[in-house]
Each structure stands twice: as C-alpha cells, then as structure tokens.
Design a protein. Sequence first.
Length: 74
Amino acid sequence: MQQLSSKEIIAIWFAVVSAAISITALWMPPQGIIDQSVLILIGQFLLFIATLTGVDGALTRLTRMRQKAPPTDG
C-alpha cells in the first residue's frame, strides 16, 4: 500500500474543510443561500488543492499530446 505524500494529505484536508464550510453555509440563515464571500473562500481552497495536486503537470502533458498529434486537414 502506498503512503500519501504531505501534499496529498493537505489537499484532502482542504477538500474536507471546503465541503464542511459549504454545508455549514447552506444551513445558516437564510437557508439555501451561500454568501459570495463563502464562495470565494471555497474557490480559493479548491484552487490551492489544484495547485498542490499538479494542475501544471497535467497541462504540460496535454500540451505535449497536442504537439505530437498529426495535423488535421480543414
């Protein structure tokens, strides 16, 4: 079994925290409405998670795949 790296542990922690904040915001009055500041906070958490898990690496792989693809006639 592979152990999680510290980045993965932090990413999981932030995912749990952002889910808890969003659920809590839905229960607070007025119910069913999430304030804009909470949405921005959740977005920042998710952006941090994406940064830790390597979105830049995925974009690099996608760019390499596009460069290797044969040209299409249009």
